[in-house]
Design a protein around this ligand. Structure first.
Ligand code: ATP
Ligand code: MG
Length: 392
């Protein structure tokens, strides 16, 4: 019975002269999201509102669920469009609407009319009063409560008449694309997909880089990262995934540096390479799934040493999260099941039994000098042999 959705968005972020940027980005993201749904849709902006009109049959649950993945949407109102065939006919339509949408009638209600077309014979107060009366006559068990109604019935008189009352909650946040672009270091673990999701929720478009170490990490491990990127892309839109072959760099570090410093030095090279790609592709920051104290490489001392190789800001949205809290988000966004598939990631293979937890920057820098002979060449080769996968 619903033929459209009215999209509500939080007013924050849409103030002033940037409003249209916010709205255009939201329209763009909604169009992208609906591509995966059956049916044809028209997404349009009319008088400061965004509507999704269904032009064909569609699966209501599928579309509602998909819209719930579009950041910037605070609420999704399913709308019925009816032709204007006089007020009496409208009252009957509303009564039928209530019977169908609310088999258990709400106890209290309020009618909120808006007359966008001034040639309609009743003004909005008259519509409220007369429609309220018609509803009370049809359903004497209901009561009017203008302050805290259980159901607010909206009636908008435009070319057609729009009826809506339900609000399905949206994900909130800001439309992706309004906040610049960030480079996500995406591994096959639980954390980094959640980190990407969280930063994207603030309006940031996401590109990603994955460090692959064949044959120590398998094709399946890489496929798992692609699968994770695909799940995250449901929220973010297409993700450009840069796959970097890290094997030779890792082996070289393994050969030249103390093993308990391997992880930290490797992480410094990951950050350097990620930053390089970020700059080339217009990203304004790096994003990682690091969380304080989770592992040796995520103590404050380790993060300080990792961080010092970057000049771009590094966003770590999970920094204060416990593992359980991260798992909850990953279950909510649908990455958890994929993340826990048992494919090795490149860190676990070379990992030392007792990695340093309080690395000293001077010592690490000194040991990195052992790499001077070949490392620049290896990094260059890794960059030129990158594989770009567009995930959507
Ligand atoms: P995750 O669950 O995200 O893999 P983790 O708990 O395994 O995180 P680490 O392995 O120390 O933690 O990695 C910390 C962060 O570094 C990750 O969240 C991710 O952003 C990045 N990272 C680690 N390994 C890789 C990789 N192979 N490719 C790209 N980024 C990586
Ligand atoms: Mg990991």
């Amino acid at each position: 019975m619903f033929t459209a959705f009215l999209i509500k968005y939080a007013e924050i972020g849409v103030k002033g002269r940037n409003r249209y940027l916010f709205e255009d980005a939201l329209v763009h993201q909604i169009k992208f999201a609906l591509k995966s749904c059956d049916g044809k849709f028209l997404v349009h902006k009319t008088q400061g509102r965004i509507y999704v009109d269904a032009l064909t049959e569609f699966d209501f649950d599928e579309v509602a669920a998909r819209l719930q993945q579009v950041f910037g949407i605070s609420g999704i109102c399913p709308v019925v469009y009816v032709e204007d065939e006089g007020f009496e006919k409208l009252c009957q339509t509303v009564i039928d609407y209530l019977a169908e949408v609310y088999p258990d009638r709400p106890k209290t209600f309020k009618v909120a009319a808006r007359r966008a077309r001034k040639d309609y014979p009743l003004d909005s107060n008259e519509i409220n009063a007369d429609m309220g009366e018609a509803i009370l006559n049809a359903y004497p068990e209901m009561r009017v409560d203008v302050h805290h109604p259980e159901m607010k019935l909206n009636i908008e008189v435009r070319e057609k008449i729009y009826i809506y009352s339900e609000v399905i909650p949206g994900p909130g946040g800001m439309p992706v694309g309004t906040g610049g672009k960030g480079m996500l270091l995406l591994s096959g673990g639980i954390d980094s997909p959640v980190a990407g999701y969280m930063v994207a929720k603030r309006g940031v478009k996401i590109d990603a880089v994955y460090f692959h170490a064949p044959p120590y990490t398998s094709e399946r491990a890489k496929q798992k990262v692609v699968d994770l990127a695909r799940i995250v892309s449901r929220f973010t839109g297409p993700i450009y995934l840069h796959v970097i072959n890290f094997t030779d760099i890792q082996l070289y570090i393994y050969e030249k540096c103390p093993h308990e410093e391997l992880t930290i030095i490797m992480r410094r090279y990951m950050m350097r390479i990620a930053e390089h790609i970020a700059r080339e592709t217009g990203c304004l920051g790096l994003i990682t799934g690091e969380s304080l104290g989770q592992v040796a490489s995520q103590t404050m001392a380790s993060l300080a040493v990792t961080n010092e190789v970057c000049t771009l800001p590094v966003y770590r949205p999970l920094i204060g999260f416990d593992k359980q809290e991260i798992v909850e988000v990953s279950e909510k966004i649908g990455t958890f099941e994929t993340s826990i598939q048992p494919f090795e990631d490149c860190c676990t293979i070379f990992v030392a039994k007792h990695p340093v937890t309080k690395p000293n920057g001077n010592i690490i820098r000194r040991h990195e000098r052992n790499l001077e002979e070949k490392i620049d060449e290896l990094v260059r080769t890794a960059l030129v042999t990158e594989e770009l996968i567009i995930v959507e």
